[in-house]
Design a protein around this ligand. Structure first.
Ligand SMILES: *[C@@H]1O[C@H](CO)[C@@H](O)[C@H](O)[C@H]1NC(C)=O
Length: 149
């Protein structure tokens, strides 16, 4: 961790609302490249998602293609099995991205991840894809979370 990252973590620990880059794995961003993933609030990783709360997600990526549309597909992977994870807005063009998407342009994809109170208290991996016109992934990221009550 460099000094800047340590400083951000320190601010978080003393109670500032802040967005720390989340450790993620790329699961096949074929028509784009992920630069950074922010989840807020997530002071400690893996992110602890409290039931009944909503978390903001900010994925910074650049596109390698032109696309008129973008559609988000979110899964929770539980014991290796992907289960659809509903999000309020599936249209990426209504989630901070100005469409049509341009080639070599950088975007911030902004959305929220609502954690329903009926979810079980488990650890899982969230797999978040944003698909272009050709159903290719502008980004595909995976990050571990823990649902807590
Ligand atoms: C999303 O993240 C980028 C990169 O850190 C930042 O510049 C931008 O302000 C963030 N947007 C929001 C709404 O938090």
């Amino acid at each position: 961790m460099d000094f800047r990252a340590e400083f951000i973590v320190l601010l978080c620990l003393i109670g500032f609302t802040c967005a720390v880059p989340v450790k993620y794995a790329d699961c096949g961003s074929s028509s784009g490249k992920v630069v950074m993933v922010d989840i807020n609030p997530c002071p400690r990783q893996p992110c602890q998602l409290r039931k009944g709360q909503s978390y903001s997600v900010n994925v910074t990526f650049s596109s390698a293609v032109e696309s008129q549309t973008s559609a988000a597909v979110v899964h929770g992977v539980v014991a290796g099995i992907p289960v659809p994870f509903p999000i309020p807005v599936e249209d990426g063009c209504k989630s901070g991205i100005q469409c049509p998407i341009q080639k070599q342009q950088s975007y911030h994809y902004l959305n929220s991840l609502p954690v329903k109170s009926e979810y079980p208290s488990i650890k899982l991996v969230v797999e978040w894809e944003l698909r272009d016109d050709q159903k290719q992934d502008l980004f595909c990221i995976k990050f571990p979370v823990q649902i807590v009550s």
